[in-house]
Ligand binder design. Structure first.
Ligand code: FPP
Length: 244
């Protein structure tokens, strides 16, 4: 039986987050430039998105560009920004056809203008779609997001819109860029690195973490299903005992 056939469709996570890693190493293995790895990574985005749609995952968040990625050589940063623009432009019809709803989290204002425009256009055009929500994390990091949230909370307290006693887990979540999303039940990281790299630290408090050695451009639908299956075979206790 294939991995997909073994998945219990009534127990599919509603939100899967992916740290797409290994593009650079993949390109190096092929004797190519790092940017070739990123271009090839777009195919893996298609694979993950299609797989998510087929088993009705509601939200798919992809870590496409971190706050720290701005420190990469300018040439690579530019290539990634151009890739984002061209991918949205090239894929918009396919997103529409498959009812994908595009959203984004992160410091969007820090992206080049052409990126912001293309992104906003894609978000607007797909806003009414009811299929998978493809949520791109761009110029995103958890520490950036939490710092912003804390500033906003402090301001609201200062302006007496909020009482200190009202600050709780739920309220903090509502100040994050993911306020409209459920927390991911599953987080996947490719390329054999076992770390979180400043991604959704608050939101993954109880997420299942799945690490695979596969480099992102090699990631296929079956790999996505394998991760879902692994998730379904785990026991999620949320601090309780098995008997509860
Ligand atoms: C990590 O690999 C990957 C990135 C920083 C960029 C991810 C972007 C894409 C897959 C393509 C664009 C996506 C969209 C949604 C248009 P790495 O460069 O850190 O690889 P390395 O660890 O091997 O160096």
């Amino acid at each position: 039986m294939s991995y997909k056939e073994q998945i219990e469709l009534d127990k599919v996570p509603s939100h899967v987050a992916i740290i797409m890693d290994g593009n650079g190493r993949w390109a190096k293995q092929q004797g190519e430039l790092r940017t070739f790895g990123h271009t090839s990574g777009v195919e893996a985005v298609r694979e993950a998105l299609t797989a998510a749609g087929e088993i009705r995952v509601k939200h798919l968040t992809l870590y496409a560009f971190s706050t720290e990625n701005w420190n990469r050589p300018m040439q690579e940063v530019n290539a990634l920004m151009d890739l984002l623009v061209s991918t949205i432009m090239n894929e918009i019809d396919s997103l529409q056809k498959n009812k994908v709803k595009l959203t984004a989290i992160g410091n969007i204002e820090s992206l080049p203008n052409k990126c912001q425009l293309e992104l906003k256009n894609g978000i607007l055009e797909t806003a009414a779609n009811t299929g998978v929500n493809l949520n791109l994390a761009l110029s995103y990091s958890s520490k950036w997001e939490l710092t912003n949230a804390i500033k906003k909370i402090a301001l609201d307290v200062q302006e007496k819109k909020l009482g200190v006693e009202e600050i709780n887990d739920k309220l903090i979540s509502s100040y994050l860029s993911t306020s409209n999303l459920p927390d991911p039940e599953l987080m996947i990281r490719t390329s054999g690195e076992n770390r979180i790299s400043n991604f959704m630290l608050w939101q993954i408090a109880y997420s299942e973490l799945y690490f695979t050695d596969i480099l992102w451009p090699d990631f296929k639908k079956e790999d996505f299903y394998k991760a879902i299956l692994d998730y379904q075979n785990r026991e999620r206790r949320f601090g309780k005992t098995s008997e509860q």
